[in-house]
Design a protein around this ligand. Structure first.
Ligand SMILES: Nc1ncnc2c1ncn2[C@@H]1O[C@H](COP(=O)(O)OP(=O)(O)OP(=O)(O)O)[C@@H](O)[C@H]1O
Ligand SMILES: CC(C)(CO)[C@@H](O)C(=O)[O-]
Ligand code: BAL
Length: 287
């Protein structure tokens, strides 16, 4: 596996691959890689001849009181895991390289208003940071295909819309959520949990399954289902429920009785740790 810290070397390599007729896949990450990330690499490998993974903890997408400083940085282990996966290239730019004039001076890609819902409401400015860095990474890597996890459901929707609106010649693939055996969605932030919190954490996924089961049984009172699930999460030991909502899987607006494709999106906190999860009803019914 080639490791590039500088853009010039990466560009040269990708250009050569393309000249040789190779299809190039890309998996952007913030590092501290787990099986969820590696499943994205595998999907990219199934669609492409060469795969580039980036590791960049992007300051622009973190709020002032969020965990940018303590976000786990485990480069040596990440490099080893990617090597084992036979990843072709790892791109590991510095903050200075990504934002040469400083964060405040950078051009910002601002997604549409709708992005202010859900994660956008809980983390103001977050999707500006994500859209900006993903645009830059796309320009740097110039992939044919990019893979994003469905765990960050709204992020995937924002990226798909950006690629469509800005006519970026990149195919975006969504990857299924990788979970621990007890149902907890894998996340780098799970390691912030203490033993007691870790035991409570899978109840978020269980709450999504309960709502999906109720919907499958014919209950379409989405607001009541969400309100009951939220109370149950608090009773189960969660400290705050940022949101748990049945949404239209395409618009991410609250679902109505005519919505065809439903997704349940949720974020709940254990102490300072935000756990994010979701469930597509079509996946639940197909399971
Ligand atoms: N459990 C998972 N299953 C599938 N994809 C995942 C999973 N966790 C993360 N991803 C995807 O990996 C990519 C990189 O995500 P990121 O580095 O933020 O990982 P993370 O573990 O979710 O971290 P965090 O908890 O800090 O958000 C994103 O496209 C994200 O959706
Ligand atoms: C897509 C991403 C790498 C952009 O920083 C990040 O938001 C993530 O890890 O999901
Ligand atoms: N996985 C989304 C990146 C973030 O939490 O900032």
């Amino acid at each position: 596996m080639q490791v590039f810290e500088q853009l010039e070397g990466l560009r040269k390599q990708v250009k050569q691959w393309k000249a040789n007729g190779h299809r190039v896949g890309f998996v952007p990450t913030m590092g501290n890689l787990h099986q969820g990330h590696l499943s994205l690499v595998k999907i990219a490998q199934q669609h492409c001849d060469k795969v580039v993974v980036s590791i960049f903890v992007n300051p622009m997408q973190f709020g002032p009181n969020e965990d940018f400083d303590r976000y786990p940085r485990t480069f040596a282990a990440d490099q080893q895991a990617l090597q084992t996966m036979q990843t072709d290239a790892l791109y590991f730019p510095s903050v200075e390289q990504m934002y040469p004039g400083g964060l405040q001076q950078s051009k910002v890609v601002v997604p549409p208003q709708i992005t202010g819902l859900l994660e956008g409401a809980s983390r103001p400015g977050h999707f500006d940071g994500v859209s900006t860095v993903v645009s830059k990474l796309f320009n740097m890597v110039q992939p044919d295909v990019a893979v994003f996890g469905q765990k960050d459901f709204q992020q995937l929707a924002v990226i798909k819309q950006m690629v469509s609106d800005l006519a970026m010649p990149i195919e975006i693939i969504g990857a299924p959520i990788a979970r621990d055996q007890d149902g907890l969605a894998l996340s780098s932030r799970n390691q912030y949990l203490d033993t007691e919190q870790r035991a409570i954490a899978p109840k978020l996924h269980a709450a999504l399954l309960d709502i999906a089961q109720a919907i499958a049984s014919g209950n379409h009172d989405y607001e009541s289902l969400s309100a009951a699930a939220s109370s149950q999460l608090i009773a189960n030991g969660f400290d705050v429920v940022d949101y748990i909502q049945v949404c239209d899987a395409n618009s991410l607006l609250p679902a109505t009785n005519t919505t065809e494709e439903l997704v349940i999106l949720a974020v709940a906190r254990l102490g300072d740790t935000r756990l994010l999860d979701n469930l597509l009803i079509s996946d639940f019914l197909g399971a």
